[in-house]
Design a protein around this ligand. Structure first.
Ligand code: HAM
Length: 440
């Protein structure tokens, strides 16, 4: 058997590949990125890209030392020498805030909207749609605490998945308050769990020390049973006045704009930087445990990274999960178009002519050519395999007269086109193809 890819990674494959599912279809990935770009850039967001690896310290301080991501799921990169280690980025937010601080982006008009897409890495237990390398679309807004910014962020996430054609999506919305509110909540949880510490999993005993709220997010069945038994009050009951008013305003905007959401009073999120608004996007088709996406406000993160205070909010969704949801809903998707024209020569003497015409035609549309002389029957078979719309076989007669007999592979009609008119012919085909795509 040839060498295989690492567990928890996927190859993104061309259309027509055997066993292609939506979440590994390269053209489907590109489609999601294109739709996200369209929706986010028309809202004023600019594209940003950051390195795939970062100082481990950034992720520890950003994502937080009590999270599963930092404790169990980091891919550390060692190279010769004894640098303390880089890590492959598990998410995009800490990196974008670092880039904002490091590059003086505060100079740009605020609030600054940024977006990116790309691979993220977490050493997770691999399951369907739970990968070690996965891909996110990520949107961040820096420089405002206004609840209108929170509501717009949620609306935009909703708008991207809606524009992709998904319908079975729900927003689960909560607030995890200000740091003081969380302190009060954590004190309550310490009191509650303290008496039952012996029943907690080892991980949760540790969480009880560092950040008791993380216990609510535990994957251990024993911990979850204890939680149910104790009837833990939700974070929402502990919100202070400011956080409560902020949360109320976010909900009012969402209602006004018709974004359906369910209140989730006990939302936790798997990262430590959140405060106030936090939400997840769920889809019935891919299982209750796998969120399509999630986000929240992170006003203290910039300071946590050693910078000046800059409030922020954002979200990310997993592209594989969105594609899985689209597949579950059976949403149809245009494949990448085949060539407008496939050109081949009947004898070796004219292969160069076919190539020259194809190269010249390419600024007018997608044109492919055969690298060897072929019999007409094989040319049409090959053109079909490539999903070409038209095909032309150049024989010595066509070459001498400077014409092409172009066959429409859909209708079977053949038309003689002078070589000098080929580019205009391709322009017409491109325009028709664009028209069909827009109608679809
Ligand atoms: P997150 O909830 O950790 O948030 O990840 C966001 C989304 O990435 C998830 O809802 C899921 O769709 C996808 N995802 C996460 N882990 C995996 C995995 N192992 N396999 C497949 N998909 C996965 C964040 O990453 C935050 N940075 C979001 C954010 C941006 N908050 C504020 N700004």
């Amino acid at each position: 058997m040839p060498l295989q890819r690492p567990k928890g990674t996927q190859d993104h494959l061309p259309d027509g590949s055997p066993k292609l599912s939506r979440d590994i279809q390269a053209s489907a990935f590109a489609h999601v990125q294109d739709v996200a770009r369209r929706v986010l850039e028309r809202s004023g967001a600019s594209f940003i890209a950051t390195p795939l690896f970062e100082e481990a310290e950034l992720v520890k301080r950003g994502v937080g030392g009590s999270t599963d991501i930092v404790r169990k799921e980091m891919f550390t990169v060692y190279y010769f020498g004894d640098h303390g280690g880089y890590v492959l980025r598990p998410e995009g937010t800490a990196s974008i805030v670092r880039a904002y601080l490091q590059n003086g982006l505060k100079q740009l008009p605020a609030p600054l909207k940024l977006w990116t897409h790309g691979p993220m890495f977490r050493a997770e237990n691999v399951q369907k749609l739970r990968l070690r390398q996965f891909h996110q679309v990520d949107y961040e807004v820096l420089g405002s605490t206004d609840p209108l910014v929170d509501a717009e962020a949620i609306w935009l996430m909703w708008e991207v998945v809606r524009e992709l054609g998904l319908t079975g999506v729900r927003v689960k919305l909560g607030s995890i308050g200000d740091p003081e509110d969380r302190e009060r909540y954590n004190a309550y949880l310490r009191g509650l769990f303290g008496a039952h510490a012996d029943r907690l999993s080892d991980d949760s005993k540790d969480r009880l020390e560092r950040n008791p709220m993380r216990i609510l997010d535990s994957k251990s069945a024993g911990d979850q049973a204890l939680l149910a038994e104790l009837g833990v009050k939700p974070m929402l009951d502990f919100l202070g006045e400011d956080a409560r008013a902020h949360f109320g305003a976010v909900q009012a905007y969402l209602r006004e704009w018709g974004v359906p959401f369910d209140l989730d009073p006990s939302i936790v999120r798997g990262l430590d930087y959140y405060r106030r608004t936090a939400w997840e996007l769920h889809h019935e088709g891919i299982g209750a445990k796998s969120a399509l996406g999630g986000g929240g406000r992170y006003d203290g993160l910039a300071e946590q990274l050693g910078g000046a205070a800059v409030p922020g909010i954002g979200w990310a969704f997993g592209i594989e999960r969105v594609l899985g949801a689209l597949e579950a809903e059976g949403v149809a998707f245009a494949q990448v178009d085949g060539p407008l024209l496939y050109l081949a020569a009947m004898d070796e003497a004219n292969v160069g002519l076919a190539a020259r015409l194809a190269l010249a035609g390419r600024s007018h549309g997608r044109v492919e050519f055969a690298y060897r002389a072929m019999k007409p029957g094989s040319v049409f078979r090959e053109a079909d395999r490539r999903r070409a719309r038209h095909a032309a076989v150049i024989g010595s007669d066509e070459a001498a007269r400077g014409v092409l007999n172009i066959k429409n592979l859909g209708t079977g009609e053949t038309r003689e086109v002078p070589v000098a008119d080929l580019n205009a012919f391709l322009d017409d085909l491109s325009q028709q193809a664009r028209g069909t795509r827009e109608q679809a």
